[in-house]
Write a protein that binds this ligand. Sequence first.
Ligand code: BGC
Length: 715
Amino acid sequence: MKYSWQHEGLTADQKAEIVLNEMTEEEKFSWLSAPMAIPMGDEPLPEGAIGSAAYYPAIPRLGIPAMQQSDASLGVSALGNVRPGDNATALASSLLLASTFNPQMAQLTGELVGREAFAKGFNVQLAGGANLIREPRGGRNFEYLSEDPLLTGVMAGHSVRGIQSQHVVSTIKHFAVNAQETGRVVVSSDLDEAAMRESDLLAFEIANEIGQPGAVMPGYNLINGEWASENDFLLNKVLKGDWQYPGWVMSDWGATHSAAKAALAGLDVQSGSNLDSQVWFDQPLRKAVARGEVSQGRIDEMVRRILRSLFAVGAVEHPATPFGPIDYMAHRLTAQREAEQGIVLLKNENHSLPLKKGAKKLLVVGGHADHGVLAGGGSSAVTPVGSLRLPGINFMGIETEKVFQPSSPLWAIRAESNAAEVLFAHGNDVAEAVRLAREADAVIVFADEWRSEALDAQGLELDAEKNHLISRLAAENLLTVVVLETGGPVTLPWLDNVPAVLEAWYPGSGGGEAIAGVLFGRVNPSGKLPVTFPASEQQLPHPEQVDPATTTSLPGSPVKGGIIHVDYNVEGSDVGYRWHARTGQAPLFPFGFGLSYTEFTYNDLQVRADGESVYVTLTVQNIGDRAGAEIPQIYLHPASKSYVPRLAAFERVDLQAGESKTLTLRLEPRVIANWDSDEGLWRIEGGNYVVIAAKNACAPILQANIAIKPRRFGY
Ligand code: BGC
């Protein structure tokens, strides 16, 4: 054996310790900070870097490969076109993934990302977006999963597990309560501990347990007045203390603000150091060690954590190298299957969908549907070869693009519909589109809404021109179907005037085919909303938004207007559907909502306590005449109604026509409990609880009662 860690039977911890003991101080510090591995200004690409978010040099004498880090959850991105001509499979937005309510799909698509990363030479993937969607207008909601901690945690955890199964470390990010993008580097998310533990932290906690991510990335934001990257409570107390997290904590790019303070608060690595006011985790940190402010033991711990995570996924034993084989055809099909499971049918009056095949003339309008499907902007944007690249925004000093990924809904509709003629209108010329609509058997209009990192959507409305176009088309043709490609919930002012609406989110590399499959019935829609669609902004806990003009979103920029405090204690842990339930406001579409071309019934709900666990059994039957998938959701609240119903379990179930299945689900105990900040533990109040089997957060079907014993549990 060549290297001292190459012995049978050693654990990741043991291997890490061996390597650490052989590393020089220079080698250790070469891993504690790095600039962005993209040529910026006069700074060239560091030698050895593939070109991506970050590069940390190899230590060949110890058999340790370089760390090459790339974004993100939705595929392997190439920010700023750093690797021109690079191909990659684009997965659908995380919102679509969460709409599948299918952890196996999260794992499968995670494996896909891990495989492509590995074959491109990356061994760290900056994936695992797990922030709760507290702000429906959030610019990065398409990178996050849902407004519910259980759904978010389970899906993020499986996605991370999939990536790491390919010898690639995954992060989980942006820890925590990083809910808005406008002014993201100056916003303090203010939230009491109990509410935080029951909501945003619970999502991360569950994801950590399932996925065991090798690294955690704190957000740009502050939490209760302390930067996430130097937040002792979050990093030392919760993450490394209560959760016994063994991996490393890397800052977001340009989100490090100090040396000793950050190091002592639990930050292990300064990422994107050229975006910060200085390289904190080199000379300043060395000086802090010399002064005795930071111990050598703490420096060793930082490096040990990195090594341990690399060994834990086999990234050292199986080094990633560029130019490996990638089966893009197979991956595209996986992306299509994901989209087919996650597209949500929001409205289908008089069974307007599926559309009949073999029409004389169909009209497709807007959304660059002749070219592809929209993707969200920023570091996560994946650009498969053939993408339509339009100007986006300047982001961290890099020009980003508004990308339409090459999966054309128009061409897929032509293939799937068997129509004699399928026309396309861009939609800019409304009169022309309306004229064509008059003669069409059906109109399919695409309403795209671009969101991007660093800037929230301003309001919940689509562009006024788009709303106008849809209204005009609907007035002209009674069979006008709207396909939404949005980065979050939007309002639909023309909803009463159209018979059918699909939410396709940003559907990725197989999105066009998936949309066409749903429209013409090859696919029976089964996605359910992972976020509430509010009826108006007035229903939100924070109707007012931070004005982008008063703030900055660029890391390292001076804090123009000072720190902005957003008081999330307004809703506390009652995010999304829980806020709506608490305030008695009926949303436009509730969390968990989604239609199918078939129908399902629920029967025989039974609840039983077994030791410390509570189990639910339920029989679901497909009573329609075609196969489909249903997602029964189990909500729970104390009979005393001391909190609003919370999602405690869910399961996706495939059923043939007429088929029924009996499911057994375990309720998540931390959803039954509340956090007791005084005692520092979870507390289940004993007593009677109401368990509800529901089709969505506003559609209870069956209910049962159970007496649950009081219980306290902690760490
Ligand atoms: C984003 C991170 C990303 C990093 C590196 C930051 O702007 O917030 O999510 O991983 O850039 O590209």
